[in-house]
Design a protein around this ligand. Structure first.
Ligand code: FES
Ligand code: FES
Length: 332
């Protein structure tokens, strides 16, 4: 994976150079960075919490600077281990130039991953890497565009164990309020936060899964204002004022929804990763009142991918749940 980028930083070249060599600044700019410390001249060690799709791991690694040319740039290389999640290696070249009263920063970044991370797919990994790079420069610009004393005092008081809130830039955060599984919730969030991130990270409703970064897998499907939606393709702020139901709220606590019972009975899951999204999509069909046929089931779950089952048992489970609902209605 290779990334190239150019950033214009609202600060002098000397300030940018200082920032690029200051572990406190760097720690605050790397989303998820829990520790970043100097262990020798031009050598740092870091601990970073990284989430890539279903894999979340704490990476511990070392970074070494090479070719340091004060005010002009440097090269750095690093490698980190994330236990069973795998490992990552990277090399980057950073160069600085004056750009009027600003500084132009060019970077070329190459990364490789191994282990479980490599199995997830380079598209997802590179999407996360790009997002982290974006966070880095948003935060870097914020810190450097203010007087150093102010920036450093803000660093001292920065909160958030993974630095994420600071990395997003909390000055522009917005309030969202919505009803989730019958409970009214309010949060102040980054305007770029996705609904799925709000559900999983803020509300700890981890039954809603993230299986891709391309809005294709459907693992994140929830009900929003009565319709099934992919919660990875909606901003939390867009859902403000809405009513969300997740897999956790589909049936009263301690009981199972007819679809959950049917999936269980029909062995309509193996690893179960797709199951919450699949059930929420099927629930949308059953609630719609449309006839439940093979064709309408195919249509209802066409945006949901399952890597394990081959779909046959899923389709049977939806039929059984629909028949059960019909019987219940006829008997009532
Ligand atoms: S996480 Fe894959 S579609 Fe939302
Ligand atoms: S049961 Fe494993 S992805 Fe569907």
């Amino acid at each position: 994976m290779q990334f190239k980028g150019r950033q214009t930083i609202d600060a002098t070249r000397a300030a940018v150079w200082d920032g690029l060599n200051n572990p406190m600044v760097l720690q605050q700019c790397i989303a998820g960075c829990e520790k970043f410390e100097e262990i020798g001249d031009g050598r740092w060690q870091a601990v970073v919490l990284v989430s890539v799709g279903p894999v979340k791991a704490r990476f511990k690694g070392r970074i070494t600077l090479h070719e340091r040319q004060p005010l002009l740039g440097y090269q750095l290389c690093g490698e980190g281990e994330g236990g069973i999640a795998g490992f990552g290696r990277m090399e980057a070249t950073v160069t600085l130039q004056d750009d009027g009263t600003h500084t132009r920063l060019d970077y070329v970044f190459e990364a490789s991953v191994g282990g479980k991370l490599a199995q997830i797919g380079s598209r997802l990994v590179s999407g996360v890497a790009q997002k982290m790079a974006d966070h880095f420069f948003v935060r870097f610009n914020q810190l450097l565009s203010q007087p150093v004393s102010v920036a450093l005092s803000r660093l001292d008081s920065a909160d958030g164990p993974d630095g994420t809130e600071e990395a997003y830039g909390n000055d522009s955060n917005c309030d969202v309020s919505l009803t989730v599984n019958g409970q009214f919730v309010q949060r102040r969030v980054d305007p770029r936060m996705l609904l799925v991130e709000l559900l999983r990270q803020e509300l700890r409703l981890t039954g809603t899964h993230v299986g891709c970064d391309t809005s294709q897998c459907g693992a994140c499907t929830v009900r929003l204002d009565g319709a099934a939606v992919k919660s990875c393709s909606i901003l939390a702020a867009q859902s403000s004022g809405g009513e969300v139901v997740t897999i956790e709220g589909l049936a009263p606590a301690g009981s199972l929804h007819s679809l959950q019972e049917a999936f269980n009975r029909c062995h309509a899951l193996q690893c179960g990763f797709c199951t919450p999204g699949m059930i929420m999509a099927a629930d949308d069909l059953l609630r719609s009142g449309r006839p439940v046929t093979d064709a309408s089931i195919h249509q209802a779950i066409e945006g949901n991918l399952c890597r394990c089952t081959g779909y046959v048992n899923i389709i049977e489970a939806v039929h059984q749940a629909a028949r059960g609902n019909d019987k219940a209605e006829a008997g009532s």
